[in-house]
Design a protein around this ligand. Sequence first.
Ligand SMILES: [Zn+2]
Length: 206
Amino acid sequence: MEFSSKLLENAVYEVSQLPGIGKRTALRLVLHLLRQPKDQTNKLSFALQNLRNEIKYCANCHNISDRDICEICANPKRDDSLVCVVEDVRDVMAIENTSQFKGKYHVLGGKISPMDGIGPHDLNIPTLVNKVKSGVVKEVIFALSSTMEGDTTNFYIYKQIEPYNITTSTIARGIAIGDELEYADEITLGRSILNRIPFENSLKSS
Ligand SMILES: [Zn+2]
């Protein structure tokens, strides 16, 4: 792509670094911004810079938060003894939308995926094990997507917390194998949390 302006080229390059955005789409977006009032672009860049510089991760559950402890963890009405293990903030949002879960979350920050070079040590697993060790947690619910990576991650964590004799469960699979949690409809996802099954049973059936 030949550009008439270095400024244009740089902007297009940066936008094209986003996932799913090719050079052509990036150019279209950048030209769109140029046609909008300057203020629009300023607001966009300010929001992104603010997000990147100010965002925090909850010290308890690792969810994205504006404070050191997220609103869910800080809520005294939420049940500390019930911990739902999810991959990222999108899963927290999906489960919160169902209004069916009153426990707390633990956000792993990904799944074990040797293909992508992600091992157990890249994930927030030790803090989960510590929570279980502390004796507060009575049940851990696995709510990762049922892909091979999700299953591997569940099993790895299960082995880590098994010695502490707590209940482990997995969300019922109304959700088809390979589906990502965030795409499940609210009613299906809500039901799958209420009708969760003992984790050991999910091992036998697979
Ligand atoms: Zn939290």
